[in-house]
Design a binder for this molecule. Sequence first.
Ligand code: GFB
Length: 317
Amino acid sequence: MSRALKASEPILVAGARGLVGSAIVRRLRADGFQNLLVPERSELDLADKAAVDSYFKAHRPSYVFLAAAKVGGIFANDTFPAEFIHGNLVIQNNVIEVSQQHEVRKLAFLGSSCIYPRLAPQPIKEEYLLSGPLEPTNEWYAVAKIAGIKMCQAYRRQYGFNAISLMPTNLYGPNDNFDLKNSHVLPAMIRKFHEAKVSGANHVVVWGTGTPRREFLHVDDLADAAVFLLQHYDDEDIINVGVGEDISIGDLARLVADVVGFDGEIVFDTSKPDGTPRKLLDVTRLHSVGWRARISLREGVVETYRWYVSQLESQGV
Ligand code: GFB
């Protein structure tokens, strides 16, 4: 069973530079945990099992957040299926196996809401996993993440390894990927509307029909949930991490345009895929263990836009 984390215990955040990992590091530091292991890719290639084994031998982490992954939006997933399935399987296999072999006390595996069937009943309960066909645009990533879940469950059953699997909904926030092709929708919209405002463009193109619905959780909320669940959740069953409400892509575009201060036209490019029509997570289990999201979408977008602009200014853009 879990016990309170001691401030001195070494905690490895795999993927510490990414959107999720960097938020978990911020949260842990704010909570007084100082013995954090945050290797960059140049220090530790998670795809190299021998390197992972040597790192664990040298640093002996007590806890592991497995937040490292090959991630991307609908276009990236659809375009690079081999990289998404292979890259994520290799990282997960290495970190979960080596963690168990080095007697890590507990590991938190970060999955994704895309593991659920394309047309799962909404809101999506954890038990809907593997109950229907996946969304074709990201089934490769989804299968890799499902394999990670099954690996955590198998290592718990066979070795008694305390690994938990968190299934976050769509995430956004500081340190996100703002690349216009490979990013997720929210950072892409923040950048598009900002650039249109600055350039004086009279319209912004949004992909798809604008009718799909998505749920958005600020990554600081996710990090808070991940640290909370590492200390209070010990079950082999997956647990959804979301806010419990969603928004249409069209309304999201109008919200981001308003926050950014763009008052031109929003044009929908229906040649681009919509992806899953809806993926609102059921958060009953999450609430029953005592955690609720706190950051509203609007305040999260305001904060993320402020961060984005500050980054541009620091780069002299
Ligand atoms: O965020 P997104 O790329 O991924 O797309 P998913 C969400 C919706 O936003 C889709 C629309 O309907 C897109 O067509 N969209 C509109 C845009 N404009 C844009 C834009 O400029 N960029 C992008 N990217 N989308 C992801 C999975 O699915 O969900 C990941 O591909 C991961 O693997 C993530 O699981 C949680 O929400 O469709």
